[in-house]
Design a protein around this ligand. Structure first.
Ligand SMILES: Nc1ncnc2c1ncn2[C@@H]1O[C@H](COP(=O)(O)OP(=O)(O)OP(=O)(O)O)[C@@H](O)[C@H]1O
Ligand SMILES: [Mg+2]
Length: 284
């Protein structure tokens, strides 16, 4: 309903955009859904004030899957809390459950047990319609494969979550501001295939930050980048953390991210086996 209304009111952003979005399902659920959600504060889609409240809290999280008669335990009894401004690395061997944990944190996956709180709001038992609004405003996501919409320009890619949500200002101005912040003012009208890997990932970061979420989670953000591009990206993320106060949780195998960490979480076989201050802990 909201989408139909929006399409009617925005003839310059025609229905073809919605047609483009529809097939790119999983990653774009978070960007394309915008149903308002009730918050503890009562305002539609607002998130609780973060003073003293962890931006992210996970309590006794479990995720299992039924495979025939067997149950596969992917995550077991995971508990941690992340205050505002942390730069957290989530490391662990392949298959240890990092991506599954990020899925549960962002509400794209449903925990089998336990709870996930975003800015104090328990999202674990929310319906999709409630969750969509919270996700749009609270969590930005960055993926290894960038996951930009190939037919849209850099500027339009960053605008998508703003049109999908209820951003009050001009999406174009916001998109240009963010692309400026990630150093891409000169690439606004380029499509993803006209950008380098590093530039595409910077567009993805601008998109993740579009709705000013307090939390950004990234799954192997440097995985498809050369070492120098990876370092540039990490410097940029750290800079954004400083400028915007954004909290980052980054799942990675890339040891070159470790020096940036204020906090280091370690998973093994679906369990949290390490939770330590990182080299930059004193900065957080
Ligand atoms: N839909 C699914 N069905 C069956 N098993 C699954 C499913 N999704 C994940 N798994 C299993 O859960 C475990 C954790 O997967 P996950 O992708 O979270 O690991 P990861 O730590 O992100 O690994 P990588 O570092 O390789 O990305 C793996 O053993 C995987 O095979
Ligand atoms: Mg993974």
């Amino acid at each position: 309903m909201a989408r139909r209304l929006w399409a009617r009111q925005n003839p310059t952003w025609p229905r073809c955009l919605l047609r483009i979005l529809r097939p790119i399902r999983f990653e774009l659920i978070a960007l394309a859904d915008s149903a308002p959600a009730a918050s503890p504060a009562g305002a539609p889609g607002a998130v609780a004030p973060s003073d003293g409240v962890p931006v992210l809290e996970v309590r006794h999280l479990g995720r299992s899957l039924s495979l025939g008669e067997q149950s596969l335990e992917i995550l077991r009894d995971i508990t941690f809390a992340i205050p505002k401004g942390e730069f957290v690395t989530l490391m662990g061997p392949s298959g240890s459950g990092k991506s599954t944990l990020l899925g549960c944190i962002t509400g794209l996956d449903t925990p089998s047990s336990g709870q996930v709180f975003l800015n104090g709001t328990d999202i674990s038992s929310m319906r999709e319609s409630q969750l969509a609004g919270i996700r749009n405003r609270t969590v930005g996501m960055v993926f290894q494969a960038f996951n930009l919409i190939p037919t849209l320009t850099a500027r339009e890619n960053v605008e998508v979550p703003l049109y999908a949500g209820s951003w009050k200002g001009s999406p174009t101005a916001r998109s240009e501001e963010l692309l400026g912040l990630v150093g891409l003012s000169h690439r606004l009208e380029h499509r993803p295939n006209q950008l380098s890997g590093g530039e595409q990932q910077r567009v993805a970061i601008a998109r993740a930050l579009a709705t000013q979420p307090p939390l950004v989670v990234a799954d192997e953000p440097t995985g498809n980048l050369a070492a120098a591009q990876g370092k540039e990206l990490l410097d940029l993320l750290w800079d954004l953390r400083e400028k915007l106060g954004t909290t980052f949780v980054i799942a990675t195998h890339d040891a070159s991210i470790t020096p940036y960490a204020t906090r280091m979480l370690q998973l093994a076989d679906g369990q949290l086996v390490g939770d330590h201050p990182g080299p930059r802990a004193d900065v957080a």
